[in-house]
Design a protein around this ligand. Structure first.
Ligand code: ACO
Length: 426
């Protein structure tokens, strides 16, 4: 059945071309709307706006489906490595053995940070949030690498590889500087996540460093975060990139967007909320009541999603991983029990049922990060490490097309024209 659409504005009727995606999503093309009718659409929060066509990730919020380049997240998680997923997102296909070997070797060769990045990390005050430092360190790389060649495809590939290789090194350096410890050099014998744990925890007595099973669990968490189509930070990366802004600067902007507690910062906010519930004697009903109270700004952090209105498939996988990792570490974190109790209480509550609010990716991830010994402020940095290949794939896709600069319209509601009055008469 072919779909037709038209829009009537006053006495003008405009037929709207219909775009149908490969998963049968229907988009109404309103690009001629303002020219032909003088009107614009109004969609605060962009809940009904398709800002681009994209071939990177498909998600269906009603059915709880998430696929990277067509591959279901449930098949990728645990079966392939984070580097394979990174290649998949960047290149469109899973790598063959030769491609993966070359990619892995190149990643290992580029992990060490230039001295100035260490100096930038050291210059931040002790209480600076790690996301602020990560963004600044990333931005600083724009001035270091490949100034002449980064506009070429080969130069861009190299820039993007460098950032992928150096994100964990930056994160570990931020952590160790906060602890007053010297940075640990990357170890090329170790794979991506194992090397990250090594750079983080070597010499601290943390059992996570050097444990291959923990490294595998971390790799899986990175995969679950690797892309999520046009979310707030990815849209930011695309929008900033649409001004033909430098790659590193675009990613730095994405990092700051991710930082917010309504987005990636929710993983830190969840743990802080669980601490608050512990302080209330572990009473999950107290938290549910707070979240329902419209006079309170309290929200159940890690609950709800703009797109998922059934369940978040990433949360389902992470919940299982929380049991696995805590079991492996021999930890019995009361927060895990409280989180499960909170989920159960909320999912039975009419307020959450009616609004289709379910645990999202951030609900259980913080419990795992905490068990692994990551400080709260670093949780969202871990999210950023996972999301980097997704941001990069979208930046590339946007810049490869004939994309225009991103520039929404508005409905102006301010004063009408008026004359400036001299200071003495105001
Ligand atoms: N706790 C309590 N009530 C909530 C929650 C929540 N976590 N989330 C939504 N609601 C309520 C709203 O108050 C609103 O109620 P109303 O209709 O009575 O006014 C209704 O549900 C719809 O909420 P919106 O804010 O309009 O939904 P939106 O799609 O704009 O927001 C968001 C999605 C930001 C994720 C929201 O659910 C939220 O704030 N969740 C908590 C923060 C969080 O976990 N963020 C991480 C999201 S995943 C990610 O970005 C990685």
């Amino acid at each position: 059945m072919s779909i037709t659409a038209e829009i009537r504005v006053g006495d003008k009727t405009l037929p709207l071309p219909v775009i149908v995606g490969t998963e049968q999503e229907v988009g109404l093309d309103i690009q001629a709307l303002r020219d032909k009718t003088g009107a614009v659409t109004f969609d605060p929060g962009y809940g009904n706006t398709g800002a681009c066509e994209s071939a990177v990730t498909f998600l269906d919020g009603e059915l709880g489906i998430l696929r990277y380049r067509g591959y279901p997240i449930e098949q990728l998680a645990g079966k392939v490595s984070f580097l394979e997923v990174s290649w998949l997102l960047l290149k469109g296909e899973l790598p063959n053995a030769a491609e993966l070997a070359a990619f892995t070797a190149a990643e290992k060769a580029h992990r060490a940070l230039p001295a100035h990045v260490h100096a930038i990390i050291a210059a931040f005050p002790a209480d600076a949030h790690p996301m602020a430092i990560l963004s600044a360190a990333t931005l600083s790389l724009s001035s270091t690498y490949l100034a002449d060649e980064k506009v070429t495809e080969a130069g861009l590939n190299k820039s993007q590889l460098l950032l992928l290789a150096q994100f964990p090194t930056i994160a570990a350096a931020i952590y160790r500087k906060g602890k007053g410890l010297a940075a640990v050099a990357p170890d090329a014998k170790l794979a991506y996540s194992a090397n990250f744990l090594h750079m983080m925890f070597e010499g601290t007595g943390n059992a996570a460093a050097g444990d291959p099973e923990i490294a595998k669990a971390l790799d899986l968490l990175l995969i679950l975060h690797a892309d999520h189509e046009q979310n707030c930070s990815t849209s930011t990366v695309r929008l900033v990139g649409s001004a033909q802004t430098d790659y590193f600067a675009s990613i730095a902007a994405g990092i700051t967007a991710l930082w917010g507690p309504l987005h990636g910062g929710a993983n830190q906010a969840v743990i802080e909320m669980l601490d608050g519930i512990v302080a209330h004697g572990g009473d999950v009903n107290w938290a549910v009541a707070q979240a329902k109270d419209k006079d309170s700004s309290f929200r159940l952090m890690g609950f709800g999603h703009r797109v998922y209105k059934n369940f978040d498939p990433r949360a389902t996988i992470i919940k299982v991983q929380a049991d696995v990792v805590l079991g492996k570490l021999g930890k019995n974190d009361p927060q895990l029990g409280i989180a499960k109790g909170l989920e159960e209480a909320a999912l039975k509550d009419e307020y959450f049922v009616a609004r289709k609010l379910y645990p999202n990716v951030d609900f259980y991830s913080g419990i795992i990060y905490r068990a692994l010994g990551f400080p709260y402020g670093l949780f969202t940095v871990l999210f950023a490490i996972g999301r980097l290949p997704g941001w990069t794939a979208h930046w590339n896709e946007h810049n490869a097309g004939k994309a225009k600069i991103g520039r929404p319209r508005q409905i102006y509601t301010g004063k009408n024209a008026r004359d400036v009055v001299e200071l003495s008469k105001r």
